[in-house]
Design a protein around this ligand. Structure first.
Ligand code: ADP
Length: 470
């Protein structure tokens, strides 16, 4: 068995703000059949500690970034979960990164440096007699861990992998924090963790981890370009040899359709329309489940929606985030009988929407992998997506060639503009009207491989190569 410690700031079913949590939660179970023993280290937010059953202290520090801290051992499914209980850093109301008002915690740099340091120490010292061979870091929150590991002198024994789930979040903090964070001064330069005179946790990870990965092959190449690299494209170009893209999968136990064939959807569509008081129009019911942010291209959708509604299509949207976008969709639904908006976070509703919808929309400006299009595929809820990142890798476009080959599973559009999105929506309605083609596409979608098996074996192989030093 290859022994891997996975370090993450969120993890289902305990704490989630986005796709990272799904991936971190699914990996240990998905990897076990591939000869990998993955244990997970997670911060001790109140919600996490409250959800732990029996727990046992397995490591402790009198002073971890300003206070007492210990590691609890618990369970994540069948696997071991380690929780960093550091009350001065994590015992507070609010989200993992921000307070109830959405303001970032002022001490986020220390909070996640502490998580990263604890991870490095577990790898350097072993824990409960268990010695990890690989330290798998997720996003900026674990970005300092590979550097701490080297500082502890364990960089030769334990290899590190950093996975980029979204390069938009970089964990930047001011240079005066160097000592507080216990970083070596020698790394404060262009070739180290310095970023425009600040400290970047993500850049630290990109520079000091032995290997890098991201969550789709297309995003891996996009990251090396100015348009998508968000200032780190140069660093990634330099590490091109060490960077791979491994697609996320979904938990097929949780996200399987409540029907076996396309005809099973009708009942769920009826229920969805009823739940939202939507009229029985002839066009497709489109659904969208998302954080409402600039990234997700929802402003473009507001402009393009008439192309759908004028042709008898409908939209059910669930999301939360940017206040202006929330209000815009609420206002839109007020005056358009074909649109329903729910602001909030509701997994059960997300499930009903995916089961009842005909199509799922993901018009993102960039999308490292994206999960909702995968849920859509599994349910024969055809994805209409921007041609970017993981959306490019997981959907087969209903192009003339895709249709002729009988392989299409959705609609892709490019460039990511309101106009191209409007055209894609018109195309979607046309496809929907052609019942034979639509049914064939639903069948293709439902048969598409969206589980973890392929990607789990890719991770397992990467860990094994790293442990062997190749
Ligand atoms: P990101 O990580 O950028 O938010 P992903 O598509 O990778 O995007 O993952 C988003 C995850 O969060 C999916 O599992 C999606 O279903 C879920 N999600 C997003 N918004 C909501 C919401 N308002 N209610 C329920 N689930 C949501």
């Amino acid at each position: 068995m290859t022994k891997v410690l996975s370090v993450t700031s969120e993890c289902v079913p305990l704490i989630k703000t986005g796709g990272l949590a799904d991936v971190a939660g699914a990996l240990p179970g998905a990897l076990a059949p591939h000869g990998v023993e993955m244990r997970t280290l997670l911060p001790g937010y109140p919600k996490v500690i409250a959800a732990m059953g029996r727990k046992k202290t397995v490591a402790q520090w009198d002073d971890l970034f300003g206070g007492f801290a210990r590691v609890w051992r618990g369970k994540l499914g069948q696997q071991v979960l380690y929780v960093l209980d550091a009350p001065h850093l994590f015992d507070r109301d609010g989200g993992p990164y921000s307070d109830a008002m959405g303001r970032d915690w002022q001490d986020n740099a220390e909070r996640f440096a502490a998580l990263s340091y604890a991870a490095a120490r577990i790898c350097a010292d072993g824990i409960e007699g268990w010695q990890p061979q690989i330290l798998h870091c997720h996003d900026w929150q674990a970005g300092f861990a590979p550097l701490y590991l080297r500082e502890l002198g364990a960089g030769d024994r334990v290899k590190s992998l950093l996975t980029i789930h979204n390069i938009a979040f970089q964990g930047i903090t001011r240079a005066s924090m160097i000592e507080r964070l216990g970083l070596p001064h020698s790394g404060f330069n262009e070739r180290g963790y310095e970023y425009w005179n600040n400290i970047s946790a993500l850049k630290a990870g990109l520079v000091y981890a032995d290997k890098l990965s991201t969550v789709s092959p297309t995003y891996a190449s996009e990251l090396m370009t100015e348009d998508f690299g968000m200032g780190l494209d140069g660093v990634l170009q330099q590490r091109q040899e060490d960077l791979t893209g491994i697609l996320n999968g979904i938990d097929e136990g949780i996200w399987s359709a409540p029907y076996k064939s396309p005809s099973g959807k009708a009942k769920h569509r009826r229920a969805l329309r009823k739940e939202f008081g939507l009229p029985d129009w002839p066009g497709p019911v489109c659904v969208l489940i998302s954080r409402l942010t600039e990234q997700k291209g929802l402003d473009l959708l507001l402009q393009a929606l008439p192309a759908l509604l004028d042709r008898g299509g409908q939209l059910v949207l669930l999301g939360s985030g940017d206040r202006a976008l929330e209000q815009a969709f609420l206002d839109y639904a007020e005056v358009h009988p074909g649109v329903a908006t729910t602001i909030g976070y509701d997994e059960a509703l997300a499930r009903r929407m995916i089961a009842g919808g005909d199509a799922i929309l993901v018009p993102s400006r960039f999308e490292p992998c994206g999960l909702t299009q995968l849920y859509g595929l599994a349910h024969g809820t055809l994805p209409l997506v921007a041609l970017t990142g993981g959306l490019a890798d997981t959907v087969i476009n209903a192009s003339p060639a895709g249709l002729a080959a009988g392989a299409a599973t959705g609609v892709q559009f490019h460039p990511v503009t309101a106009q191209a999105l409007a055209q894609a929506l018109m195309k979607l309605v046309k496809l929907f009207e052609d019942r034979a083609t639509w049914t064939k596409m639903m069948k293709n979608a439902m048969a598409a491989p969206v589980g973890w098996s392929h990607s789990a074996s890719a991770y397992a192989e990467l860990y094994r190569d790293m442990a062997r030093g190749t």
